[in-house]
Design a binder for this molecule. Structure first.
Ligand code: GUN
Length: 281
């Protein structure tokens, strides 16, 4: 029987700690503020943005909401970002992705002041992570490190296999595990012998984007399994990249979907906002 790594409870602890800290900072006259930009009305983005604003309210962070129409020009978006960069009362700027097709996502990300880049997507922050300097780290991988620490999973010296090499999850995840002194293997869609490699992992982090792809043949006895995926199965039930019922008996610890990695992402975004205010205002 695997230990269930409860991201819902752990993210709640983190949010409660932040809420206390934000209240103390308010007593010193410091008010934390996050600008949230959404262009267009992609339904999934609207849910994410709504959840982020809700978390701000819970913690006591002010959120400024910019809901721009789908046909907003890139120039207009860049002008808004420039204005928010200059605004001393704004500590974090979050521009929800994906952006409409007529916009250059890289250009928009680079326009955000790296000191306000609470998503950790700016090349300055990504580069800092690569060379071991301080900076904002992408929230999902940062949340996974927090989950592992708070669940008492030892990382140092362990073999960690990361499946996925995206800029938002796989790459920063691999770098963070390296920073934690794990031995890291990165796998992706072109990897040969994937089951054999995964089976050797002490810690298996799955960000593959395919529902219930990881079955028992990928998991060694006693592995810690972290599932980043979120999908709907044929019965419209939420599921991850891991076939939970099949893998759980072999794992020593495993994250469920929902209630594993997901809730940590928003908690880490809130943590980055508070950090931005403490460091740069
Ligand atoms: N779209 C999907 N995930 C994210 C995220 O973490 N941040 C932003 N800004 N957009 C996203």
């Amino acid at each position: 029987m695997a230990k269930i790594i409860d991201g819902k409870t752990i993210s709640q602890q983190l949010k409660d700690e932040l809420r206390q800290e934000v209240a103390q900072l308010k007593e010193q006259g410091k008010n934390c503020c996050l600008a949230v930009i959404q262009v267009g009305n992609d339904p999934a983005s609207s849910v994410y943005v709504g959840n982020k604003k809700k978390a701000c309210t819970y913690i006591g962070i002010e959120s400024l909401s910019y809901e721009l129409p789908e046909d907003t020009s890139e120039e207009e978006l860049l002008a808004l970002i420039a204005k928010l960069n200059e605004d001393k009362n704004v500590h974090g700027i979050l521009c929800q992705l994906p952006l409409p097709k007529h916009m250059d996502e890289d250009k928009v990300i680079q326009a955000i002041d790296s000191k306000k880049d609470v998503d950790g997507f700016h090349p300055q922050n990504v580069g800092a992570l690569v060379i071991g300097q301080e900076g904002f780290v992408s929230c999902t991988p940062a949340g996974i490190i927090e989950l592992l620490h708070r669940s008492g999973v030892e990382i140092e010296g362990k073999h960690c296999v990361v499946i996925g090499r995206s800029n938002i999850v796989g790459k920063p995840m691999s770098l963070l595990m390296l920073r934690e002194n794990a031995t890291v293997t990165v796998c992706h869609s072109r990897t040969k012998n994937l089951p054999q490699i995964c089976k050797e992992a002490d810690i298996l982090i799955v960000a593959i984007g395919k529902p219930q792809f990881i079955t028992a043949e990928y998991v060694g006895e006693g592995a810690v399994v972290i599932d980043v995926g979120i999908h709907r199965d044929e019965n419209n039930k939420l599921c991850g990249d891991v076939k939970f019922d099949e893998v759980e008996p072999f794992a020593s610890a495993i994250t469920p979907v929902p209630g594993g990695v997901g809730p940590m992402t928003i908690a880490m975004l809130m943590k980055n906002c508070v950090e931005a205010m403490k460091l740069y205002s």
